[in-house]
Design a protein around this ligand. Structure first.
Ligand code: FAD
Length: 425
């Protein structure tokens, strides 16, 4: 059968970045990627598509143009793992062998968890920036909704880019504010959570915008049903004592962030933890039970913000550790949990949330340039003009400087943090 030194599952932000990092470090390495799609998406751009700043086409490239030429591409979906045989099974039953496996298939948007939702997506005022096809409809609705009620929903964690539901709301409100329509609009944020943002340092700045735009925030309100034709949404509301009730609301515009879960072929595999995500060592990103498997990105169970920004730091750590593992050595590079969420609070300003494990703030810039907990113009320029370029030209291509000094600084020679894998059998 087929056998590769490194087999990567998923050619998204994470899979491509790891391939790029590996090839920079070791040109000519035998790498294969399993990826079914013909398109690669820059999902962080979708917030700006929904806000009328980017065209949708700017956020997509053909997979062939992103895939390194040296990599063998299986254009198929992986469907099962047999780690004891060191094999991955594809949909059509083909088996691919590996010496080291990197698993990065992203997460699944669970539209069907909310009855009525899928049928009305893209119609009846129901939209979501979480889909390439729908983000332009968000902007269309924002331009056409002059009165009535606009609801923005957020499901239970974990979700990718936890700030994205709010970003859509603030950019919409900014437009309505500039047009003078905000007074005629009842804007509601319905979140399954109990706080505006998971890291408390960023809440005051967000709270100011909630006040400025006159947004009604409804905590512990979980969307459970949508009727597009009737333009109603049903929420399960939990009160302070833990009692639940159901509340129905009419809407003119409904922006939904869907519930999210690990892909089925992961959660039903021996790679999963109890919640279904890939069970990883949070520092080395090596699998908790299989020394020859690594994972990263949205499908992992590491408790960082699920963002492309996290992937930017994870990919070089995985690349370093994969090369050590190929030599039979224990992993030494360490990921510190960095993730970032540029909160678009108005057109031209962003609250640049950057934090690691435990909500520890990890600003990339000196405070005279960006005060992370305050709205910043520089951070907007970063998001609009610089980050897309960095994504396509540096991160996916595995440029050394993307690693940052951290992963090496945390790597004393005698610090063994994982298991060497044994290629004996
Ligand atoms: P993905 O990039 O989703 O890639 C997964 C890949 O795996 C896909 O190509 C998929 O086709 C493939 N795959 C799936 N199943 C299989 C299978 N069975 N076999 C093989 N391959 C498979 N991040 C930020 O840093 N900043 C932001 O501002 C930001 N904003 C966001 C806004 C929105 C609206 C959204 C949706 C996301 C945002 N993100 C942001 C999050 C960011 O896009 C993700 O965290 C990032 O893409 C994760 O990378 P990944 O490779 O794990 O998953």
């Amino acid at each position: 059968g087929k056998l590769h030194d490194v087999l990567i599952i998923g050619g998204g932000a994470a899979g491509q970045s790891v391939a790029g990092s590996l090839l920079r470090r070791q040109p000519g390495l035998d790498i294969a990627i399993v990826e079914p799609r013909s398109e690669h998406y820059y999902q962080p751009g979708w917030t700006l598509v929904g806000g009328g700043v980017f065209e949708r086409a700017e956020t997509m490239r053909r997979m062939v143009d992103v895939m390194p030429r040296e990599v063998h591409w299986y254009q198929a979906a992986a469907s099962a793992f047999t780690p004891e045989q060191r094999q991955v099974v594809l949909e059509d039953g083909e088996k691919i062998g590996y010496r080291i496996l990197v698993v990065a298939p992203g997460l699944t948007l669970d539209w069907d968890a909310i009855p009525g939702l899928r049928e009305t997506l893209g119609r009846n005022g129901v939209t979501s920036n979480y889909l390439f096809d729908l983000a332009p409809y968000t902007w269309e609705l924002v331009q056409n909704t002059r009165k009535g009620r606009a609801i923005f929903t957020q499901p239970a964690m974990p979700i990718k880019c936890a700030g994205a539901p709010q970003k859509a709301m603030y950019l919409s409100c900014d437009h309505w504010n500039r047009k003078g329509w905000l007074n005629n609009l009842d804007v509601e944020f319905c979140t399954a959570g109990a706080a505006l943002f998971g890291v408390a340092d960023y809440v005051p700045a967000l709270q100011e915008y909630v006040g400025k735009y006159g947004i009604n925030v409804n905590f512990q309100n979980n969307l459970i049903k949508v009727d597009g034709d009737a333009r109603t949404a049903v929420f399960r509301v939990t009160d302070g004592e833990g009692n639940t009730s159901e509340v129905e609301k009419t809407f003119d515009m409904l922006h939904v962030c869907p519930p999210q879960r690990a892909p089925k072929f992961i959660s039903e595999s021996p790679l999963a933890d109890a919640a279904g995500w890939i069970d990883l060592n949070p520092e080395t990103l090596q699998h908790a039970r299989y020394g020859d498997i690594f994972g990263l990105g949205d499908a992992g169970n590491t408790p960082n913000a699920k963002t492309a920004a996290a992937v930017r730091k994870q990919a070089p750590v995985v690349a370093e550790n994969v090369l050590l593992a190929l030599k039979g050595e224990a992993p030494k590079a360490i990921y510190d949990g960095y993730g970032s969420c540029p909160l678009t609070v108005e057109r031209g300003k962003i609250v640049l949330a950057e934090f690691g494990y435990g909500g520890k703030l990890q600003p990339s810039f000196p405070s005279w340039l960006v005060e992370g907990t305050r709205p910043s113009r520089f951070a907007w320029l970063l998001k609009e003009k610089m980050l897309p370029w960095i994504y396509w030209n540096a991160m996916l291509k595995g440029h050394e400087w993307m690693a940052g000094p951290e992963i090496l600084a945390h790597r004393p020679a005698d610090h063994e943090v994982g298991e060497a894998c044994d290629f004996g059998g």
